[in-house]
Design a protein around this ligand. Sequence first.
Ligand code: CIR
Length: 264
Amino acid sequence: MAAIFDFTNAIIRRPAKSVVKGLRAGAGADPTYEGVVAEHAAYGAALVNAGVAVTILPALEDFPDSVFVEDPALVFPEGAVLLRPGAKTRAGEAALLAPALKEKFETVLALEDGSADGGDILTTAERVMIGLSARTDKAGAEALMRVLAKIGRRASIVETPKDVLHFKTDCALLDEETVLATKRLSLSGAFNGFRVLHAPDAEEAAANALRVNDVVFVGARFRKTIEMLEREGFKTVPLPVDEIGKIDAGLSCMSLRWRSLTGE
Ligand code: CIR
């Protein structure tokens, strides 16, 4: 049986020049456009190397954060869900993603209430975990549970630590029973029943890693995390994240990934 991290397809979106003005919680420096382009290109190449067929959508200048295509939608082998991003400047991204999803999926459902960002959603073999955050509210999370029930997915609502952008800012699924998580998130008990590897101190941002087929994408500067994962038997692919990190992003954010049931 295919594992939850076995992906055949992905959608990514080219960064817009406006990405330098992407949202961020702090008052840090802007990333450079060229830097984001380089990180995005390395990420796209890593997906291809991992055996994934990648569709690249054009940049959307009016949406500085649209390169983070994970947030306006959710995809599964059995269908896609258009979400309602919680940031005002990102609300229009879902409609602009709809045509590409309709081309790829027979079933495209839509969230009807509240707000929810894909960055707050972690799909495990058993269930879909929906993290409440400043972007995903209770109405959105509950509406999403109803939509997921239509495609036969069980879901549960969990908490994102305070002041953390998204649930997956602080965690990644490494295999069916193992997660990489920050200590602050694992303390919430969200991963009871999982084996949890903690992101080392001072490398909390490494928790936004991404398991794709046989490998785990990890931020290249997180040396201790890479060592830990390799020691645990995971094959890592270090990728540059310094520029996207300036606008609060990590490695799950730049793609929508799924296993195609039709082989297309
Ligand atoms: C934002 O604040 O929406 C973007 N600057 C970063 C989005 C990161 N996305 C993700 O973690 N899924």
